[in-house]
Design a protein around this ligand. Structure first.
Ligand code: F6P
Length: 334
């Protein structure tokens, strides 16, 4: 359980809007439910916006009541739907979105999404003055200022379940597998999954991949009698076909690894208990932060406490992979 902030009510709101944006993440529904039920407790109407910022620009929203969010805490995905919205990158479209909210008398916006979505939320607040609260919703867990994000735990367990199965067949056939997990720009998921799966190697975008070194490590573990089979976890990175390319290059060193791309199964499925509690708390507390007069912040987790992080910081700073964690990962599969 988290240490929750104690916040005084200094403002009133009659209605706010909520949307989910970017890649969906298990637990987003629990976060929406948390915010809606908490808002209703304070007599605030919550408008659920369809398909993220795209739906906002089309004025596609309707008020949610308590039963609108019944029976969703256990469901993956997001019942409000999600989308990536390049249109929202322009000042003009953000002004249009503000107009749409103002016409409906909506006084604040809650955005659940990853760093791209929260950057859009920050610019929206800065340019229009409409209060915004962000919630970290991404399986990547790569958002600055929070050690956890909604969906990360579930995605990690989904990937682990798959890798445990792959391990059985890798072991039976004495094969090596390159297993690709999601993470275009960050290796958080890959590192955690790799440690928990007992992977022989973990390749992440934060460190340049040296094929000679990978091959040498495979040869060394083979000689020591440990390496007739193995799992190498690869973060997808931002180069197309990265994992297949690594496999091809390893063939030139005499290895014929099989490739398994886990893909979008990592984004779907029933949220874990951890993600449900995290999302429910962050959703509910988003309303408390609004009522306490906060704006332009993300509600995150640091040292076991729920904290507010200025959205501006998300743009200025990058969350780095903990070098100690990588060191442990290296030590464990020596
Ligand atoms: O940001 C979440 C994420 O799942 C990344 O890990 C992945 O690189 C990306 O989204 C995939 O996005 P899309 O589903 O739009 O292809």
């Amino acid at each position: 359980m988290y240490n929750l902030p104690s916040l005084d009510v200094v403002k009133t709101f009659s209605s706010v809007a909520i949307l989910t944006s970017g890649g969906d993440a298990p637990g987003m529904n629990a976060a929406i439910r948390g915010a809606v039920r908490s808002a209703l407790h304070h007599n605030i109407t919550v408008y659920g916006v369809q398909r993220g910022f795209s739906g906002l620009l089309q004025d596609d929203m309707e008020p949610l009541n308590s039963s609108s969010v019944s029976n969703i805490v256990q469901r993956g995905g997001t019942f409000l739907k999600s989308a990536r919205c390049p249109e929202f990158h322009t000042t003009e479209s953000r002004a249009l979105a503000a107009n749409i909210l103002q016409r409906r008398g909506i006084e604040a916006l809650i955005v659940i999404g990853g760093d791209g979505s929260l950057t859009g939320a920050h610019l929206f607040e800065e340019e229009t003055g409409i209060p915004v609260i962000g919630l970290p919703g991404t399986i990547d867990n790569d958002i600055f200022g929070t050690e956890d994000t909604i969906g990360f735990d579930t995605a990690m367990n989904t990937a682990l379940d798959a890798i445990d199965r792959i391990r059985d067949t890798a072991d039976s056939h004495e094969r090596h597998f390159l297993v690709e997990v999601m993470g275009r720009n960050s290796g958080f998921l890959a590192t955690h999954v790799g440690i928990a799966a007992g992977a022989e190697m973990i390749l992440v975008p934060e460190h340049a991949i040296n094929i000679e070194e990978v091959a040498l490590q495979l040869v060394t573990s083979h000689r020591s009698g440990m390496g007739s089979s193995g799992i190498i976890v690869v973060a997808e990175g931002n180069k197309p076909d990265l994992t297949h390319n690594i496999a091809q290059q390893l063939q030139q060193h005499g290895f014929t690894p099989h490739v398994s791309i886990l893909g979008h199964i990592q984004r779907g499925g029933t949220p874990s208990g951890h993600d449900r509690v995290l999302a429910s708390c962050l959703g509910a507390i988003a309303i408390d932060f609004l009522l306490a007069g906060y704006s332009d912040i993300m509600v995150g987790v640091s040292d076991g406490a729920v904290v507010d992080v200025p959205l501006d910081d998300l743009i200025r700073y990058r969350k780095g992979l903990d070098p100690e964690l990588l060191k442990i990962a290296l030590q464990l599969h020596k």
